[in-house]
Design a binder for this molecule. Structure first.
Ligand SMILES: [Zn+2]
Ligand SMILES: [Zn+2]
Length: 165
């Protein structure tokens, strides 16, 4: 936001001072509000790790949250901690089957037959053969106890992945 650093109170203060010098005084109150935002712990955490949870938490914990900015971030943020997003968001990664760990496709754009197995815990991208075998043995997830949802796709993995975000 306006070049404010994502962490470091001292850097943020320096940046505030330099903006104050360059910007007409009538905008200074806004700059200070911005400074309060970027030095807020919850807001900094959300900038570093822009998950849906972190942005929602900002709305609750910040004294004067920037609702418009946060809503904008929420439109594009990922659900859950980023660490749980195991499957390729980036072109060039070679996606592999969650069950046998062999390649599913050469890259996320290649059209490929695959199955997405879903339960409350998340999604697994698998070969059809692996998914069929797995579901014969395990119709329910042993963690959340829900029945798996089986979704056969014949498309680039990127389409499946982008559809989920
Ligand atoms: Zn497999
Ligand atoms: Zn589950």
């Amino acid at each position: 936001m306006l070049g404010f650093p994502k962490q470091g109170a001292l850097e943020a203060k320096k940046h505030l001072d330099s903006l104050v010098e360059r910007v007409p005084p009538k905008y200074h109150p806004e700059l200070h509000v911005l400074y309060d935002w970027v030095t807020d712990g919850a807001f900094q955490a959300a900038l570093r790790e822009p998950t849906t949870e972190n942005w929602k938490y900002c709305k609750e914990s910040m004294p004067t949250p920037p609702y418009l900015y946060i809503d904008k971030q929420l439109e594009t943020s990922l659900a859950g901690p980023l660490l749980e997003v195991k499957y390729p968001e980036v072109k060039g990664i070679q996606p592999s089957c969650r069950l046998c760990e062999e390649a599913l496709a050469g890259n996320v754009e290649e059209k490929v037959k695959h199955v997405v197995i879903t339960c409350s815990c998340g999604r697994m991208y698998c070969h059809k053969k692996c998914a069929d075998e797995y579901l014969l043995q395990e119709a329910q997830c042993y963690i959340c106890k829900n029945y798996y949802i089986y979704d056969f796709k014949n498309s680039g993995l990127i389409a499946t992945i982008v559809g989920q975000i």
